[in-house]
Structure formats: C-alpha cells, structure tokens
Design a protein around this ligand. Structure first.
Ligand SMILES: Nc1ncnc2c1ncn2[C@@H]1O[C@H](COP(=O)(O)OP(=O)(O)OP(=O)(O)O)[C@@H](O)[C@H]1O
Length: 615
C-alpha cells in the first residue's frame, strides 16, 4: 500500500516563505535611512516630502484635463459653439504642467543638497566609529573589509534609498489616481496593469541580491586594488617602485584584478539587461492588447474621444509608473542590502571602558610588570612570556633583543593598545586596566619605530604630542630643544611653520634622522608624562647626535622613567637597568656592569658590537 506522504513540498514552501520573509526584513533599513535624512536636515526632508506629494498627484490631473480639452473641442466642433471652454481647460493644463515641472525640479534640488549633507554625515559617522575601535579591529582583515565596504558605497546609498522611498510614494499616488480614472473604464484593465509588471519585479530583486553578493565577496580584491593604486601613485612609495622597476608588475596585477571583476560584472549586467528586455516585451504586449480594446470601445461609441485619449495616456503612463514602482522596490532592496553593511559596521561592538581611576594608591611606586604574558590574536606563539620587572621614578630601562623578540609588544601592552592574557601591569600600585585610559595615556610619551610623518607644519608635527597644547609655539620650542631638533628647524625658511612632506604645495622633505628628531621632540611635548618610551629613537641619527640625545635625555628626564629600546649598545649601557629579551622571555636583567660580569648573552653581544666599531 502506498502512503501519500509529501514532506518535500511543505518544507520547500516553508523555505521559500522564510527566504521571502528574510528578503522583506531587509526593508527595515528604509526607516533607518529616512531617520538618517531627517536628522541630517529636517527642512529639506519636509520640502522633499511635500514636493513628492504634489508631483505624485499632478500627472493624473493633467491626463484628466486632457480628456476635458478633447471633449470640449469635439463638442465645440459639433455644435459650432465658442472655443472658450476648451481654451480654459488648456490654460489650466498649462498651469498644471508648469507646477509639475516645478515640483520635479524642486525634488531634484532638495536631493542634490541632501546628497552632499548626507555623504558628509555618513562619512563622519564612519570616522567617529573608527576612532572608538581597538587596534585589534584594524589588524583584523575581515573587519577592515567591512569598513572599506561601508566607506565605499554607503555614503551614496542612504540618499538613494530615501530618493527611491519618496519616489515610491509619488508613483504610488500617481498610480492610485490613474487607477481611479481607469476604473471607470474597467476593473480588468486595472488588474492587467498590475499583473503584467510583477515578473519584472521578481527579476529585479533577484539581480539586486546577486549584485550585492558579488560586492561582498569582492571586498578583499577591491581592497587589494586600492592598495596597488596607493603603491603606484603615492610619493612615499615612488622611489622604491621606480628603483626596483616594480611599476609594470604592479600595474599588471592591478589590471588582472580589474579583468576578473569586470568579467563577473559583465555577466551579471548582460543577464540583467536580457531579462529586463524580455519582461518589458510582456508589458508592451499588454499595452497593445488594451489599446485594441479601448479603440474598439471608442469605435462602438461606448466611450467618448476625450475618454479614448485619456485612457490611452493613463494606461501607458500607469504602466510605466507601475514598472517604475517595481524597479524602485528592486533598487530599494539593493540599497537596503548595502545599508545593512553600513549598520553592521556602525554597530560593531566596542569594548566598554574598563577603568576610571586617575591616580594610584602608591604614588611614587613607578611601573611594575608582574608575570605578564601575551599572544597576538590568530597566532600560536606567545610574543611575551612571564615578563616581570620594576621601574622606579627617575630610572631608565633599556630593552635589548633580536628582531621579533617582543620589545615593541611590551610597549603596546604598557600603553593598553593590547591587554595581557595573564599577569598584571601596575602603575603607582594600580593595575593599568583599572586606570582611565586617557589619564593613563597622558602619563606616557611614546615614539614608535614607525611613528607618523604628518603632512603638517613642523610645529604641528611636534604639537601632536600633546593635543591640549597642540598649537602653543613656546611649548614647541621647549620640546624641540629637548629633542635636539630646534637648531635645524630654525634654519628652515619658515621655521616652525614650514610644511613637511610633499603632498601639499610648498612642502619640504626631511632626512630620516631629522624626522626622528621631530618624533623625539613630539614625545617631549607631553610634559605631563612621567614615562617616556623610546622605541629605537636613534636608529637613523648619526653617532654624534646620538650621544647628544642621550646626554639630553639624562638631563631633562631626571624625574621621569624612561624605557628605551635600542640595538646600539653604546647607548644601552647608560641605562640603570638592562633587560635582554629572547623569544618573549627575559633572559638576563641588571646593570651594564652586572651583565658584563656575568659573561652571558649581553656581554657577548656587547663585545661583538664593540669589536665591530673598532675594526
Ligand atoms: N600585530 C601583530 N599581530 C601578530 N603578531 C605580531 C604583531 N606584531 C608583532 N607580532 C609578532 O610578535 C612577535 C614580537 O614582535 P615585536 O614587534 O614585539 O618584536 P620586536 O622585538 O619589537 O622586534 P624589532 O626589533 O624587529 O622591532 C614577533 O614574532 C612578531 O611577528
């Protein structure tokens, strides 16, 4: 016996329904886009709404006036009466048409203004969000893609969505008024009008989904393309790209990515346009079928000549309005998908600030690392293992170790750019995680190896060390004096007001060592800081300048703690404590004399370097 059990169709239907429901839920972004526009500029939004309603109602009025004109003309011609009635209608129609084009112009004016404001607003939102993020986010490529996607498209999408939403309202109003005129002819004609457009709508939505999927998949390729563009077109890369003759190779890579993306794009665009043509044929067929019908009705004398013209206009325009509505909905779907990406980025969870303390229970205790370990996300090898040390106010600590031994990582943990996996870092007896992040960072002046070369003036390049006093020239003087940069700055034609870098007109380039002195001055700018961290601050300066910098460092930082990372043992030896890191672990720790006496790793490296200098 056969049982008629059909689980398949049911689950299939359920699946389709869920997919449909999911498709609809994407439209929640319309509300958010309108909110966004509303908060951007209320007046323009209200103006846009009013003009939209006017532009929606007028076309049907024009069509109706057209009918009145034809009927009045026919009546006047048949009875030989005056032409006044027809001319009056004609005048009214002219006014209505003028109003219609005025309202359309107004809509495009409001939209142009809103586009600029909205683009700025969304970009600001994205940048504000970027400010709140952790360094970990920036190093996460998936997250980075999300941000790139958000920045690339989303600043134009919200307005497009709002424009389409308003367009939809306008078209719907027109359609309802057309429909009520057409209803006098036949309910079937109204239904025909609607049914013929539905396939086009389904096709549009599908293609919109496909386009968005492509856009999402492609984020890494697009990012690579941007990166190649930067390599090829930016001044700081130009020298190496030229000397190694990388240009052609990079350009070929750039082209190859373009070709791949273009082929995918082309396939989708071709398919979209073929479908759209065939579906429009369906519309044309419906139109002519109805045309025949209306003409036959007119010949049979069941409708007037004026009605004939009005129905034809209404049907043709109704049909195009209806497909415009469907296309808007398809386009809105696409916009919403893009916007979902923007909001996904804006709503990315931001770590809550953990601490609020602005001072510690043991002022004067200095800095302590207690069994600190840390592994970078997505890596297995710990970058730091069980690191402990104590640095008292006024003491100088030098860290030495091979490349990749964890020196910079230690600084990143101290400045809370990352959080240790285990162990504690204490400042004035309080865990730095419990400190208010701003208060903590104000106490630390850092220069990293890859410090930023801002394309600002010299003074501002120093000033960024303490934003509170960013533009205070006397402070620039003090800081550059300490950083041994003052003399060469004063030799420049515009002194502290010389613009650095080549991006802007009149910019001047500095040598590597000069830049390093600027960065050093930047760290000294933070006069409230009592921990000074210098990550290879002298790698690019000459030997004489190095001695000067360190004598300076000693004399100007006698109350401050300093952590110095350096590969030059001639400067390292001047520190109160020296720490040797190997694979993230402390191998040796002590003063220069102690470590030399131990005849260990440090002593060996020191002698090796001294021999190098002597030979
Ligand atoms: N952002 C990061 N993500 C993952 N791993 C990292 C990251 N930064 C550094 N590392 C790894 O952590 C280890 C320690 O790096 P760190 O930058 O602390 O070394 P370093 O001692 O400062 O080296 P150098 O002398 O070359 O400046 C290295 O193995 C490095 O590959």
């Amino acid at each position: 016996m056969k049982t008629s059990h059909h689980p398949l169709p049911f689950s299939f239907l359920k699946q389709r329904f869920q997919a449909f429901h999911q498709s609809l839920s994407i439209f929640q972004y319309c509300r958010r886009a309108i909110q966004l526009v509303w908060t951007t500029d209320r007046h323009l939004t209200i103006g846009l709404a009013i003009l939209t309603i006017i532009a929606g109602l007028l076309p049907a009025i024009v069509a109706y006036l057209g009918k009145l004109i034809v009927d009045a003309v026919v009546a006047a011609a048949q009875s030989g009466g005056a032409a006044w009635t027809a001319l009056r209608y004609l005048g009214l129609e002219a006014i209505a048409v003028a109003l219609l084009s005025g309202s359309q112009q107004g809509i495009s004016l409001c939209q142009s203004l809103l586009r600029v404001l909205l683009g700025q607003k969304v970009n600001e939102l994205i940048l504000e969000k970027a400010l709140t993020l952790d360094l970990i986010h920036f190093e996460d490529s998936e997250f980075y893609d999300k941000m790139t996607r958000a920045r690339r498209e989303a600043s134009t999408r919200p307005l497009s969505l709002v424009g389409r939403t308003f367009g939809l309202v306008k078209d719907t109003l027109s359609l309802v008024t057309y429909g009520s005129l057409l209803l006098q002819f036949s309910l079937w004609a109204v239904l025909l009008l609607m049914v013929a457009g539905i396939p086009a709508f389904i096709a549009e939505t599908r293609f919109a989904q496909a386009a968005f999927r492509l856009f999402r998949w492609r984020a890494p390729e697009t990012r690579e393309q941007h990166y190649l563009e930067t390599l090829l077109a930016r001044e700081d890369f130009a020298m190496e790209v030229k000397l190694y003759q990388l240009g052609e190779m990079l350009l070929n890579r750039y082209r190859a990515i373009f070709q791949r993306l273009y082929h995918e794009d082309r396939d989708l665009t071709v398919r979209r346009s073929v479908w759209s043509y065939f579906l429009s044929l369906l519309n044309t067929a419906t139109f002519y079928a109805t045309y025949v019908w209306i003409v036959l009705e007119a010949i049979a004398g069941r409708i007037s000549l004026g009605e004939l013209t009005m129905y034809l206009v209404v049907f043709r325009q109704g049909q195009s309005t209806f497909s415009a509505i469907l296309t808007s909905v398809g386009g809105m779907y696409e916009d919403c998908l893009y916007l979902s990406n923007l909001y996904e980025f804006l709503e990315e969870a931001v770590p809550e600030p953990t601490g609020y303390a602005t001072y510690g229970p043991l002022p004067g205790d200095g800095l302590r690392f207690e069994h600190v370990s840390f592994t970078y996300p997505d890596t297995t090898q710990p970058a730091l293992k069980d690191v402990s040390f104590h640095l008292r106010p006024g003491e100088k600590l030098a860290i030495v170790g091979k490349n990749g031994s964890g020196k910079t990582t230690l600084i990143k943990l101290l400045t809370r750019l990352y959080t240790p996996d285990s162990g504690r870092i204490l400042l004035d007896g309080r865990n730095i995680q419990d400190w208010d992040i701003d208060a903590l960072q104000r106490r630390i002046g850092v220069i990293f190896q890859n410090f930023v070369r801002y394309q600002f003036t010299v003074g501002e390049n120093v000033g960024v060390g303490d934003v509170e006093y960013f533009e205070e020239e006397p402070r620039w003087h003090v800081a550059t004096e300490k950083g041994t940069a003052r003399s060469f700055i004063e030799d420049m034609p515009e002194g502290f007001y010389t613009r650095l870098g080549r991006w802007f007109r009149g910019g001047r380039e500095l040598s590597g060592g000069q830049w390093q002195k600027i960065a050093l001055s930047r760290a000294f700018m933070r006069s409230s800081a009592d921990i000074l961290v210098l990550d290879e601050p002298t790698s690019a300066v000459d030997a004489e300048a190095e001695v000067e910098i360190f004598n300076q460092l000693r004399s100007v930082t006698h109350n401050q703690m300093a952590i110095l990372i350096s590969h030059r043992f001639s400067t390292v030896r001047m520190a109160d404590q020296i720490m040797v890191l190997v694979n993230g672990e402390i191998l040796e720790q002590g003063t220069h004399a102690e470590l030399m006496q131990r005849q260990g790793h440090y002593a060996r490296l020191f002698e090796l370097q001294a021999a190098g200098y002597l030979s």
